[in-house]
Design a protein. Structure first.
Length: 245
């Protein structure tokens, strides 16, 4: 790995410094004359990059930003995720791996960033919409991430649970690994949604559920990664402005 010399960092004014224990002091930065990697930008992407470079490659990393961590676009994120991308096997595989990493991080912090597994729902009350659901469920690209399970009759035993653990997409092991579930027919759908207040149109005839999907707190996840790299992995997050490397 190339080693680069840090030559200039402009110190921000006192009012620019965030009061976070995870940040390095000026003295700490100046005491280390060089770093393997300098990451500019302490948003979710920058913090994640610093975390994995240090954790997996053993790199010494300086993370710099003129703003407090996670305070620009990262504070406005949608915070939803899914591995369901019919027609795009590379994207599906990329997101499946990303979710693996999210689950590992959730495991190590007792799910401090509230990773959920509530799924995405696609409903239709028309045969045209049901046909689109069937086409999506039959996509060959889904096979690599668990495929789609099709349920066409009541008696399947599945119930939607808003408290579903993030590592379990359904309360039946048979369907946990599926990328998607397709419920075909009104009674089949009604059985799955029976735990919810009545809000579905009575003529809904097809329900496609993206199984490995949900939401989380990106801010909390970012702060978890930031605390880990600061405390145990040798990354220095520093509130400065890069002038030259």
């Amino acid at each position: 790995m190339l080693r680069r010399q840090l030559v200039k960092i402009r110190t921000p004014s006192r009012r620019q410094l965030p009061s976070r224990r995870q940040l390095a002091t000026v003295a700490e930065v100046q005491s280390q004359s060089s770093f393997d990697v300098v990451v500019c930008g302490a948003g979710v992407a920058g913090i994640s990059c610093a975390h994995y470079l240090s954790r997996m490659q053993g790199a010494s990393v300086l993370l710099i930003d003129e703003r407090p961590p996670l305070s620009l676009t990262s504070s406005l994120s949608t915070e939803c995720y899914r591995s369901f991308f019919p027609g795009s096997p590379p994207m599906a595989a990329f997101m499946a791996r990303s979710i693996d990493l999210l689950e590992e991080r959730a495991d190590e912090c007792d799910n401090a960033f509230n990773l959920s597994r509530r799924g995405y729902w696609f409903l239709s009350a028309t045969e045209e919409g049901a046909a689109r659901h069937r086409l999506a469920a039959a996509d060959t690209g889904l096979a690599a991430i668990g495929g789609a399970h099709v349920l066409m009759e009541a008696g399947h035993g599945l119930r939607y649970r808003p408290d579903t653990p993030y590592r379990s997409a359904a309360n039946s092991q048979k369907h946990e690994s599926a990328a998607a579930l397709l419920f075909s027919g009104r009674e089949t759908i009604r059985e799955y949604t029976s735990s919810l207040p009545t809000f579905l149109a009575p003529d809904a005839c097809s329900l496609l559920v993206a199984n490995r999907a949900g939401w989380m707190s990106a801010q909390e996840m970012g702060m978890h990664l930031l605390s880990r790299v600061r405390i145990s992995l040798g990354v220095m997050p520093y509130p400065g402005l890069r002038k030259g490397i």
